[in-house]
Design a protein around this ligand. Sequence first.
Ligand code: G3H
Ligand code: 13P
Ligand code: ZN
Length: 314
Amino acid sequence: GLVNTKEMFAKAMAGKYAIPAYNFNNLEQLQAIVVACVETNSPVIIQVSKGARSYANETMLRYMAMGAVQMARELGSTIPICLHLDHGDSFELCKSCVDSGFSSVMIDGSHLPYDENVALCKKVVEYAHQFDVSVEGELGVLAGIEDEVSAEHSTYTKPEEVEDFVKKTGVDSLAISIGTSHGAYKFKAGQPVPPLRFDILAECEKRLPGFPIVLHGASSVVQEYVELINQNGGKMEGAVGVPEEQLRQAAASAVCKINIDSDGRLAVTAKVREYFGKDPKEFDPRKYLGEARKELIKLIKHKNETVLGSAGKA
Ligand code: G3H
Ligand code: 13P
Ligand code: ZN
């Protein structure tokens, strides 16, 4: 069945790699994750956002996740698969996911005042741990493109808070803000990408030795996809992500979970646009979504093998 993050993270910490956390909303995305992770023998976290839940229906997604485990087993694989709630925003949402069989949840109180974040997180942990469900908390707010990503950035994680937060809440992992952001426009286009704040990560690591850190907003915004999209009627000029080399560096540190959604979205969009550019007569979704799925498999294998280092670690 589905597993929580405990053992995955312990091994990732010891082995200096990171577990991939891929978002899914539909069949083809999940099939691609399963095939790619089976073929690379990688442990994996499949995650569902609040938006995914309302798009696809929570019950549907949960059965799909159980189907993913079954599918992996039928492919002869024993890779561990965790079903995680991404960015849970209330106790009720987290409880509902715990009750319905998720093996891990995130409670994102990062926008709340510190004490409220602690209280909310603690409440979720107390509930989830009764059912052996792991909990991810967050400290610091991820930057948006509108914010100046500078040394003075006020929303980076404050290392002096992390020890107290983990102790008070009992969370199993902690997402931190060190310069990444969600989506396809992470940094100013046409300028050198500012390096992630590895100094903040190192400070957190020092205060929480051996504790699993999570990196959100970790898509690289693969430029081949952006170009393919723009060549086929799209308008995504200026889309920029986190260079792979920096993710490799993060994966080798206490970062045990790396969240990737946007790169998968870009792969699908690029391939669908390319398909219709070549064959505007096609109307069988299996044709163009099949191409998108093939590209997703390629992308995920590449991430597992050459960026996160999770390939062969199941
Ligand atoms: O954290 C954001 C994830 O990429 C999920 O995005 O809320 O649009 O499903 P979403
Ligand atoms: P990206 O938008 O960089 O893929 O980040 C995804 C994420 O953090 C999901 O929680
Ligand atoms: Zn996120």
